[in-house]
Design a protein around this ligand. Structure first.
Ligand code: MBD
Ligand code: FE
Length: 285
């Protein structure tokens, strides 16, 4: 699929920024409600932390201007969603979900889109003819923390293609490629078909890539499947699942891997490819 080689960081960044704005607008961002005390505290501490760093590390005007130029570029490339989700979201997620007893969550990242096509529990995620990748059957059950099955729970799945591109954030992919919603059966069970994703590099040709190169870091995330799991009366789970043996499970650029999120795929005895079982346990609201 040669078209994907024309993907540019600034395009996926612009799409991610637009998507975020749209979601904020439609999910009731409350204009006019500002907690001045909280802003004073948080903005004050953030500014102080940076000032302390400047003095402690004797930051020069050359470095200060390099930072200014880079921050301007983050905006121009639309990479604020990428930057924030890669380097800060994992801490926000940790704080938000510390109280949960059910399945672990992790960060959402910048590439979720709601409203993907819906399928019964044995469906196949939308993909192109000849979509590259190992077939993967994903089966399991959604339960409440008390063990009761959650009939009709919804599993929204999204992941990158074999070259590391997400539909709606790279050019020339079908709108819902590798994005689908699966509805669990009356016993909370599901078994649907997708592909095993490949290891993934965040865009290297934008501002975030520039930072990574300048710092001598790497841009890799381990191969991952993104999920949002929802059921009435229960807290939404936003999570990602990973594959054992991936070299980047230990050094994910987005710090979003947890031991509980590791899958255990095996050869599928009934079909080409692999099969994996994973259950989701949901906290009541
Ligand atoms: C991704 O695919 C992703 O999952 C995260 C967290 C950040 C950037 C790209
Ligand atoms: Fe991702």
């Amino acid at each position: 699929y040669q078209t994907e080689s024309t993907a540019r960081a600034a395009d996926s960044g612009a799409n991610a920024s637009a998507q975020f704005r749209e979601r904020m607008a439609s999910s009731g961002g409350r204009p006019g409600v500002v907690d001045h005390e909280r802003v004073n505290l948080l903005a004050g501490k953030a500014v102080k932390a940076l000032n302390d760093l400047i003095v402690e590390e004797q930051v020069s005007y050359t470095e200060y201007n390099a930072l200014k130029a880079w921050l301007i570029r983050v905006g121009e490339d639309g990479e604020w969603p990428l930057f924030l989700d890669v380097w800060l979201e994992h801490s926000v997620e940790e704080v938000a979900n510390a109280h949960r007893e059910g399945s672990k969550g992790t960060i959402e990242g910048p590439y979720y889109i709601g409203g993907s096509p819906e399928f019964a529990s044995d469906g196949t995620i939308p993909m192109r003819d000849g979509e590259p990748g190992t077939p993967l059957v994903f089966e399991g059950q959604v339960r409440s923390v008390d063990g009761s099955p959650l009939a009709g729970a919804k599993l929204e799945l999204w992941h990158a293609d074999d070259l590391g591109f997400y539909s709606q954030f790279a050019p020339d992919l079908p709108e819902w490629n590798l994005r689908g919603t699966f509805v669990a059966d009356d016993d909370g069970r599901y078994a649907f078909h997708t592909l095993r994703p490949a290891p993934y590099q965040i865009p290297t040709d934008g501002a975030c890539g520039q930072l990574i190169a300048a710092a001598g870091w790497h841009a890799w995330r381990p191969a991952h499947l993104h999920f949002k799991v929802s059921a009435p009366g229960h807290e939404l789970i936003t999570t990602q699942l990973y594959f054992p043996g991936d070299p980047h499970n230990e050094d994910d650029i987005a710090s979003a891997v947890k031991p509980e999120l590791m899958l255990d795929p095996r050869d599928n005895p009934n079909a080409d490819g692999e099969i994996v079982s994973y259950d989701f346990v949901m906290d009541p609201e």
